[in-house]
Design a binder for this molecule. Structure first.
Ligand SMILES: *Cc1c(COP(=O)(O)O)cnc(C)c1O
Length: 441
């Protein structure tokens, strides 16, 4: 085998085609839909949005859909929709993007973090169960990095304790758990549809549910232009159609126009991504020190393969640090690879010590007895704390092009086979992870 590129050899990847990574795929149909919306000056209407909502709800088999300006907004509406409020606790996995959690603070609730399962990287049902208190109102379930959470166990714990379930499906649009669409298990689901995600429409978020009350509350919170139609006689004339939350979360219709077209081709696109990513992951998952992050349950999928990772076990590679391993891959010409994933949210002081709204005490303490300490309730989360040393975010191939993907596989094979040569100059630096996922890396 040739010398490692990091040590002066030639790189394993010589063929490049940026088209293999480009996302989303913009077709003439999308351009036409956007231009016709623009030309009609119809950006702030809701007619295209209604069509998008109806199609998205039908695709998922849910009754109510409410498009929002972002996934963050859709999650905020979902929390309010379930009545999350002062004195309540929401349990959320520590490993996720911040918008699964922070909005709860603005509602007077607080977030208690739970650990993730070391294999799924999604909420660990036992850790969730161990953090339930009489104040737990909601559990936030994230299908993290396209991997379905353990819904059977989570739903049975939640139902037993009367806890409402939000699914954050921002990483897994179109994914399945035991042959059933993600986003159809909990009481309400929210999806980010921003450009970096698998289902990419610009900026936007979708809320789905089957319960009319949740839908109405979500509308009342932040969708003033729809209150009249949705709330009807429930609209109090003394208040008028003013959003109770004081937010305006209407989606831009240019995004809805993209969404209508995107949905028509999305199932075909993610089928090709699945083929490409399985081909790649099957191959590198057999190498020493590398293991795939595959769903173990039958009928479960990683739809879209958003921000996919594989596990890294340095002990099988002579203790080689993850940053050094990544450095060697990048020298081989591997693009869009990096160490780690999201940084554990439970390590942010925001959730314990910050007086966000000027109450004169930390926001997470305002509505609770002084002895009730959110930091103590969260406690130690060893899997979350260690996850960034164990995962590699891998290139996200959108097309099945073996001529290119094979070279990437060769690069992984070369670096694992010759890992010993990298040990000498290994600075053993650590990976801290990121608070967000970059749109382009
Ligand atoms: C991207 C993301 C969000 C927020 O969505 P935006 O559309 O960016 O507001 C929420 N949750 C998760 C898990 C995300 O990755």
């Amino acid at each position: 085998m040739s010398t490692l590129a990091l040590l002066g050899g030639s790189p394993a990847v010589s063929k490049h085609d940026d088209g293999i990574f480009r996302w989303p795929i913009i077709t003439p149909a999308i351009e036409e839909a956007v231009l016709s919306c623009l030309r009609a000056g119809n950006m702030s209407g809701i007619d295209i949005t209604r069509r998008f909502e109806a199609a998205y709800a039908a695709w998922n088999g849910r009754q109510y859909a409410l498009a929002n300006s972002s996934g963050t907004a859709a999650l905020h509406c979902a929390m309010y929709g379930l009545g999350l409020g002062p004195g309540d606790e929401m349990i959320c996995p520590s490993i996720t993007y911040w918008a699964s959690a922070v909005q709860a603070l603005s509602l007077g609730a607080r977030v208690i973090f739970a650990d993730v399962d070391p294999d799924t990287l999604c909420l660990d049902p036992e850790s969730f169960a161990a953090r339930i208190t009489p104040r737990t109102k909601v559990v936030m379930v994230v299908h993290y990095l396209s991997h379905p959470a353990d819904m059977d166990a989570i739903m049975s714990i939640a139902r037993k304790h009367g806890i409402k379930v939000i699914e954050d499906v921002s990483h897994a649009q179109g994914g399945l758990y035991r042959d059933r669409m993600l986003g159809t298990f909990g009481d309400v689901a929210a999806f980010s549809l921003m450009t970096g995600k698998s289902f990419a429409i610009g900026e936007g978020g979708m809320l789905l549910c089957d319960d009319e009350e949740i839908f109405k509350r979500a509308v009342r919170f932040a969708h003033y232009e729809r209150q009249q139609a949705v709330l009807g006689k429930d609209l109090d004339p003394a208040i008028g159609p003013i959003p109770w939350g004081g937010y305006k979360y209407r989606i831009h219709q240019l995004s809805s126009a993209v969404g209508v077209e995107q949905l028509k081709k999305y199932p075909g696109e993610i089928a090709e991504i699945d083929r490409a990513m399985r081909y790649f992951t099957d191959a590198i998952g057999k190498l020493p020190g590398i293991r795939a992050h595959y769903p173990r349950d039958p009928g479960s999928s990683k739809a879209g393969w958003y921000a996919s990772v594989v596990f890294y076990d340095r002990d099988k590679l002579g203790g080689l640090s993850l940053p050094r391993f990544i450095e060697a891959l990048q020298a081989e010409g591997v693009r869009n690879v990096h160490a780690g994933c999201n940084r554990p949210l439970h390590q942010s002081k925001l959730f314990y010590d910050v007086d966000i709204y000027g109450h004169g005490q930390p926001t997470a303490r305002v509505n609770w007895p002084p002895a009730s300490d959110p930091l103590a309730l969260t406690g130690d989360l060893p899997v979350s704390a260690g996850v960034n040393a164990r995962v590699i975010t891998v290139p996200w191939f959108k097309h099945f092009q073996p001529a290119i993907i094979d070279q990437y596989i060769d690069a992984f094979r070369k670096v694992t086979a010759q890992h010993q040569e990298l040990l000498a100059a290994d600075a053993q630096s650590e990976v801290s992870g990121i608070w967000f996922k970059p749109v382009k890396d």
